[in-house]
Design a protein around this ligand. Structure first.
Ligand code: ADP
Ligand code: ASP
Ligand code: MG
Length: 816
């Protein structure tokens, strides 16, 4: 005998009924089956609502319920030709008429006793049995229907009772079930000793199935639902939830007790006691193997899943005097044992008792406790009871999880530091298989996603905070968008959470849509201010957060050390931070070490060319720089290249501006300051403690030339220098050389930028059209230097360089 339970999600419509029938048919071919059915999806909720409406709004409205069932019967005719739908229709109509009568009574009395409520909200299960038994009969199967009121004997409340297995066993012994018959029983329903209908609690059909499995000595209890089995967390919330193939009874109990509604926690104990394995299967995907719950005993310590419960309240009782300790304890426990208590913890040292329950129980429990302990509170034996509402309990479940001290510690730290979670309580020592963390209700799905990601994902998820969406920033976002699918195949997700320009910003933890970000940023009412951004860094931070600075801002660059200490990696093409005083240069690196966050700036020199990485690799392998020669500016490479071709300085500069090779103000290029910054960064990288003022700059045009010159009249003015440069280039030409603007680091650390005559054998001779070239003469690369060359400017290569820096970040599983 095998028990198969089909939940509401498996009975949603006629197609689902057909799938269920097909599963029953196939299973029956192998062995006898007993079927437990829930009400079709949502029906129980609608029934609950009809009661609420009758009481509070004086309305009786069962239209929705009627329509669902009548449509269902009608649709079933297509699949089951011999189905006696008139008979079914009559039976259902009968049930619905009875429902209306009950609702009339409720409407008049403005009250619904639990016994009536139980009757009403279990109508869906009864109708499911009417339909399925008729389907099976239409298909020539013989059917035995078990009336749960008669055979599932329970004690407790009308709406939430507990089965007495012994008594139920005794009853079922006398029930004759022919071997060829398919057994059917409505879930959710049981009977008390007065033979009245009682319920097993919401979602209780799973419990019914477990009990029937015990009573019929089934070889397996199968729970058929709408997901492939038990996952590491609710797969409807977390895309990367992992299917658990095998789980122990105890772990499954914990997962469901703490919120995984795929199974009801009450179903586990009977199965465990009678050693009946349980299989969770998907009605829509019958070939998936599902999850097997049994005595599975995994040796290794492992984390199985994360569950959560919302709308929980915390009661805090502090005993001030040891006087009536045992009285208070025993009284308290006898009261709270009547309610659904999720966690209880005693702190003997502080004489404190903390317990958690659903928000809905709070009023009742508070009232009883205050009444019971009226004297104790008045006489200051007991402190006034403290209650905090609207909390969530996040529980991590796994084999021997409480012995994994380091992991637990990291989980808690991850939650506290990286996810900005204010943890109110941790149940670290209560159970072997679970740790529960109590937090405020806010952002629960987001927090579960983050936590699950850190515990289970082998995806590398990088959360990006980008400031600056001029040419480079915008191109970077384009590149991220177009690479998305390729990266996903490589298990990398770039999640752009924050985008800002100098005026406003947009923010979304779950990733900003890269198709619409521009519009959203334009219309965003969120004003961007550097100080606010810095202030909120801790609040914003996610696992593996990276700050990308695509601005030219000094102010932001001054915050890098701070940003690193707040546990953000930094990727930046902005050269400012690396060229402030040496003190700050060191400070950034120290902050990066302390926080264990990367500071990546490969685009500071040569845009996308792999310069910084190459230098670091050389130095790490024991190489040493002897001298350096390089063309470090794309714009100057272009301008000097054009001089070779016979263009004048002003014409060449004009062309460079037109092609977007220059800085917004071309004077910045010709002043040599930007190149000087790059040379300084290189020199510092190889170990020289220099300042920007130590770089000797030969300006391309005399300094006085710039004074009070507006950008617009700059080219006109530049014409005055055309003759001077023409002479210079002719002189070079005569010697078979070209003019190049060369950055140099000498063996004594002297750094210079100058207009040089470069001969043909020099690697810089051919460099023009915006190309950069960097020639490193080192201990290993001598006399032929190591040369890196290629486009060293432009938004495409620069943003590609940022992208490649970003991909160097190796997120730690625990978010540190
Ligand atoms: P049924 O109607 O079949 O009883 P339920 O809605 O009660 O179905 O339970 C199935 C749902 O449980 C799934 O659709 C899923 O969203 C939810 N769920 C929550 N936690 C988990 C989990 N850890 N694994 C699988 N499903 C889960
Ligand atoms: N139909 C009931 C409910 O929705 C029982 C169940 O589905 O298990 O709670
Ligand atoms: Mg269910």
């Amino acid at each position: 005998m095998r028990v198969l339970k089909f939940g509401g999600t498996s009975l949603k419509n006629s197609e689902k009924f057909l799938s269920v029938y097909n599963i029953i048919k196939e299973k029956y071919k192998k062995e006898q089956v007993a079927i437990v059915l829930s009400a079709p999806a949502k029906i129980t909720n609608y029934l609950v609502k009809t009661i609420e409406y009758a009481i509070s709004k004086n309305i009786i409205d069962i239209k929705k319920i009627r329509n669902i069932f009548f449509k269902l019967i009608n649709d079933l005719k297509c699949y089951f030709k011999k189905l006696n739908h008139i008979k079914i229709y009559k039976k259902i109509k009968n049930k619905l008429n009875k429902l209306e009568q009950l609702l009339y009574g409720i409407k008049i009395f403005k009250f619904c006793p639990d016994i009536i409520q139980a009757k009403i909200i279990s109508i869906g299960e009864k109708i499911s049995i009417i339909i399925m038994s008729n389907i099976l009969i239409a298909k020539n199967y013989k059917v035995t229907i078990i009336n749960p009121i008669k055979y599932i004997i329970s004690t407790g409340k009308y709406l939430e009772s507990t089965v007495n297995i012994k008594k139920s066993m005794h009853k079922i012994k006398n029930k004759k079930i022919p071997i060829e018959n398919i057994v059917l029983m409505a879930g959710f329903i049981a009977g008390n000793k007065k033979k009245e209908l009682v319920l097993l609690g919401r979602n209780g059909s799973d419990y019914s199935a477990a009990i029937l499995s015990v009573l019929l000595k089934a070889s397996c209890c199968e729970i058929w639902t709408d997901v492939d089995g038990i996952y590491s967390t609710d797969p409807k919330n977390v895309v990367n939830a992992k299917l658990i193939k095998n789980i122990s009874y105890k772990e499954a109990l914990k997962l469901s007790f703490f919120g995984a509604k795929v199974i009801h926690p009450k179903m586990i104990l009977p199965l465990l006691k009678f050693n009946i394995p349980c299989l969770i299967k998907n009605t829509l995907n019958i070939f998936s193997k599902g999850t097997l719950i049994n005595n599975f005993n995994e040796e290794k310590k492992s984390i199985k899943g994360v569950s959560y419960l919302n709308n929980v309240s915390m009661f805090n009782l502090t005993i001030l005097k040891n006087k009536k300790l045992s009285y208070i304890y025993s009284k308290l426990f006898s009261i709270i044992s009547l309610y659904e208590i999720i966690l209880v913890s005693l702190c003997f040292l502080e004489n404190k008792i903390v317990f958690f329950t659903k928000n809905i129980n709070v009023k009742k429990i508070k009232l009883i406790l205050e009444k019971t302990f009226f004297l104790e509170i008045n006489n200051k034996i007991l402190k006034k009871i403290k209650i905090i509402n609207n909390l969530s309990i996040i529980s991590i479940i796994g084999n021997n999880i409480n012995s994994q001290f380091v992991k637990i510690h990291k989980i808690i730290e991850t939650l506290r530091d990286n996810f900005k979670i204010n943890i109110l309580y941790i149940s670290q020592y209560i159970s072997k298989n679970s740790i529960s963390i109590v937090i405020k209700n806010k952002n629960i799905k987001n927090n579960i996603n983050n936590l699950h990601q850190s515990l289970f994902d082998n995806f590398k998820i990088i959360n990006v905070f980008l400031i600056g969406v001029g040419g480079v920033g915008e191109t970077f976002l384009e590149q991220v968008k177009s690479q998305k699918n390729i990266l996903i195949k490589k298990k990398v997700i770039i999640n752009i959470c924050y985008i800002a320009n100098s005026k406003s910003y947009i923010f979304n933890y779950n990733g900003i849509n890269l198709k619409t970000w521009k519009k959203k940023l334009i219309y965003s009412k969120l004003k961007f201010k550097i100080e606010d951004f810095i202030f909120n860094l801790k609040k914003y931070r996610l696992n593996n957060s990276v700050f990308i600075d695509c601005t030219n801002s000094d102010e932001l660059a001054y915050e890098y050390s701070n940003i690193l200490l707040k546990k953000y990696h930094i990727v930046t093409p902005n050269k400012k931070a690396n060229t402030f005083n040496f003190e700050y240069y060191k400070k950034i690196r120290k902050s990066s070490d302390i926080s264990n966050k990367k500071f990546l700036y490969d685009t500071n020199i040569g845009a996308g060319l792999p310069v910084i990485d190459t230098i670091q690799n050389l130095l790490n392998t024991g190489d040493k720089l002897i001298k350096f020669r390089g063309i470090l500016s794309g714009s100057l490479s272009f301008i000097f290249g054009k001089l070779d071709d016979g263009f004048s300085l002003s014409e060449s500069t004009k062309k460079a501006i037109e092609l977007g090779f220059t800085e917004p103000n071309p004077q910045d290029d010709l002043l040599g300051l930007d190149v000087a910054r790059k040379l300084l960064i290189l020199a510092r990288e190889v170990g020289y403690k220099l300042e920007l003022k130590d770089i000797k700059i030969e300006p391309i045009i005399p300094k006085k030339f710039y004074k009070n010159v507006k950008k617009e009249s700059f080219i006109k003015n530049l014409k005055k220098l055309d003759v001077f440069f023409e002479k210079k280039i002719n002189k070079a030409r005569k010697k078979g050389k070209v003019l190049r603007y060369v950055g140099k680091i000498e063996s004594d650390g002297i750094c210079k930028l100058s207009i040089d005559f470069v001969k043909k054998s020099n690697p810089l001779y051919e460099i023009k059209n915006g190309e950069n070239a960097l020639a490193f003469y080192t201990k290993y690369y001598n006399p032929i230097p190591l040369v890196i060359k290629g486009y060293g400017a432009g938004k495409t290569v620069t943003s590609a360089g940022i992208f490649s820096d970003l991909l160097k970040i190796k997120p730690c599983k625990w978010g540190f």
